[in-house]
Design a protein. Structure first.
Length: 297
């Protein structure tokens, strides 16, 4: 199945990364990464552990500072300003303001255990954007409905499955109304039967035109949903292109070796569910429980 049809801006890229480098304790993790991501595009980063994918994702929203190169998001230089040809680090407050425009979903859900789902989603809009509680709560309820959890506003994280917690984490990121969403292996901590519901939400976001960069080992998502696939290894981009060419006809042996290994492993889902409803019904049937109506209507 081909990737969904979305409006991809043919103008300037939303994300423009040039010669990005990063080292930890003298070990180069990123060795000059160039990448453009256009508005409305879904880009999947593939590669073995330690290839630099997550580090690059964290550099985009300045959770990690880069050692060299530059990253622009929507025309704004991330983490720095240029004066007379010299880069100057922005203040923490200015960097935090830049991050407001970028949503990030991590491997672990990072929800506040003592807060309900609604309270978790309300937290950032109130604390970071200064929204009043009524406005933040209204959006939180809408975001819960958006990820199929409209019946769980008073639930605490411990009362939810891993897939439900990750959907709350996605709702929390969406509540900030980001222009870009970053996903760092969002299904890697989930039981296999719960992966489909999270991928289905991500597929729906892609269909709606959300710009997304996704670090993933879920080849079904990369094949069916991504507009562009980037294979990284050893801190460099080895190969990139449309999913069909990179996944089905890789040109580099490093890419072929990685894909052989990944494709030999059992995949959580062979195909990304077309909708969250389909994913939840399939999950309930797999678990041998009644699908019910609350989460699928």
């Amino acid at each position: 199945m081909s990737a969904p049809t979305t409006e991809i801006d043919a103008g300037l890229p939303l994300v423009h990364a040039v010669n990005v480098t990063k080292a930890f304790h003298g070990v180069e993790v990123l060795k000059g990464i160039d990448l453009d991501v256009r508005k409305g595009q879904v880009v999947c980063l593939l590669g073995p552990s330690g290839s630099g994918k997550t580090t690059f994702l964290r550099c985009i929203n300045q959770l990690e500072t880069i050692d060299g190169g530059r990253i622009w998001v929507d025309g704004e230089l991330m983490g720095y300003e240029e004066r007379a040809g010299t880069l100057h680090r922005l203040t923490n407050k200015a960097i935090a303001a830049q991050r407001r425009e970028i949503g990030m979903v991590f491997q672990r859900f990072n929800l506040f255990p003592h807060k309900t789902t609604v309270e978790n989603i309300m937290e950032a809009p109130i604390q970071v954007k200064g929204e009043n509680k009524a406005q933040a709560r209204e959006r939180a309820i809408a975001m819960l409905a958006r990820v199929g959890l409209q019946d769980k506003p008073a639930a605490y994280p411990a009362q939810l499955s891993g897939g439900q917690q990750q959907r709350v984490a996605i709702a929390r990121a969406l509540a900030m109304q980001p222009k870009l969403m970053l996903f760092d292996e969002p299904t890697s901590a989930l039981d296999p039967e719960l992966v489909g519901e999270v991928l289905a939400v991500m597929r729906e976001l892609a269909t709606e035109g959300m710009t997304m960069i996704v670090v993933t080992h879920e080849m079904s998502f990369a094949r069916e949903v991504a507009d562009h696939v980037v294979f990284m290894d050893g801190g460099v981009v080895v190969e990139q292109g449309d999913p069909t060419s990179v996944i089905n006809n890789p040109q580099h042996e490093r890419t072929r070796s990685f894909l052989r290994r990944v494709q030999s492993e059992p995949q959580a889902v062979e195909h990304v569910p077309e909708s969250l409803r389909d994913a939840i019904i399939a999950e309930k049937h797999h678990l041998g429980t009644d699908p019910g109506l609350n989460e699928v209507e």
